[in-house]
Ligand binder design. Sequence first.
Ligand code: MZP
Length: 502
Amino acid sequence: MAKIINEVSRTFSEYLLLPRLTKTFHTPTNVSLKTPIAKNSSEKEPRLSLNIPFVSASMQSVSGSEMAISLARRGGCAFIFCSQPIEQQAAMVSRVKTHKAGFVPSDSNLRPDNTLNDAIALRKKTGHSTMPVTHDGSKNGQFLGILTDKDFWEYEDDLEAPVLEFMTKKENVVYGSVGISLHEANKLLRKNKKECLPILDKNDCLHSLVFKKDYFDHMNNPDELLDRKKRLVTGAGVNTHDYEDRVPALINAGVDVLCFDSSDGYSEFQKNAAIWTRKKFGDQIVVGGGNVVDGDGFRYLVEEADIDFVKVGIGGGSICITREQKGIGRGQASALTAVVAERNKYFSETGIYIPVCSDGGLANDTQIIIALAMGADFVMMGRYFAMTTESPTPRVSIGGRMYKPYWGEGSNRARNWQRYNNEEAGMKFEEGIDAYVPIVGSVREVLSVTTTKLKSTMCNMGSLTLKEFSDNAVLTRISEQSFVEGGTSNVLSVDKDIPREV
Ligand code: MZP
């Protein structure tokens, strides 16, 4: 006979935190959001930790290389989607790993015979006023000099005159050679009071540029997540079909973390793929598994599949219709607390700590905070990142507002790929929908609001680390009435209730 769990399956919006004693040193500046992503023990540090507890979903409409670069620069990690050809995914990983913060390829180049008018037009097009001059106007051509808007007077000089007459010639330019470290390049900029340092190869061809402004940008991103070679960290999704080809290609491209991307990870398919990966690559790579929604699934992945972190959640994603279509899933709060309880039990039995990731269905910052309080070490989000300028989809104007397309990996649009392309499932039904989400700003902007709120709540809970936060957390279930009470009541909101004159 079927086993029936009588306890209701619950979600994050049904809970609130009760504040704990806040001491004077509990201030946001003292809070650390560092969190493990690889298994660890009291004797052994995790092989990899995130500097903020946020990762982006392995989805076509969320995680490309631009997302991966931007998120790693803020301390998180993107999982580049696997529903694409292996070479294409490996190229995206490689783009992140070769992104050298500080050394940028020049995108505004001139030939010496270009006119000042050409230079002005180029500046308008790219928005960049520093323009290297190369023999053929290409970004890696022979370097002849550099033109900036300080070199000419737009309303005084003859704009039909060639750039050659106005540029600072190579012999008067301070430049660096390929191989110079970023630290040394910045020292040269500082010593010579320059804004930009061209980097030349041994044939005097332009390689890249280093800008003073990027140094400040770097200083403004103290949480940047870097590997041992100071390259940005990136993750990638993998599947249980072509892993024997995909995993080596991704590792070759330099990927740091892999995660099996499946709506149901409690399977021998995932065990076989994870064990194969571990046997072949050992601890060189962090491997995540999932998704599961209970302690049994957790135990299986940890004990049988030797994975590093477990991802929790079935059917809660904003674009997901798995629960409606197949009748499997669990309220995300119930799923998370069940898995966290099993993780803690496993830790007390073995001394091995397995990070848990809450994946999907986080509709706002409050729910992110509740998930972390309930013991998630980090959260994976799709919609949240799909709404940023860095997601790999085009902007679309609908009714005067700007949106971006966002679709599930189980939707028709995405599913011509291995995960959904097996004979049994056929193409008879979808598990995800095709949607639009409003554009809310850059990854940096949205994360800055979320992390500020999270740190503030952690202080309310008398905690300076995420571990203290979940150890200290006391949560209460709320009634529908108290949920209503939590919003505004008996007032007219200036934003929502009072019509504005146009
Ligand atoms: P959300 O952050 O948009 O609410 O949810 C993102 C998560 O939904 C993903 O990380 C993945 O686990 C899940 N997902 C992606 N595609 C589908 C689908 O098509 C899906 N059903 O459920």
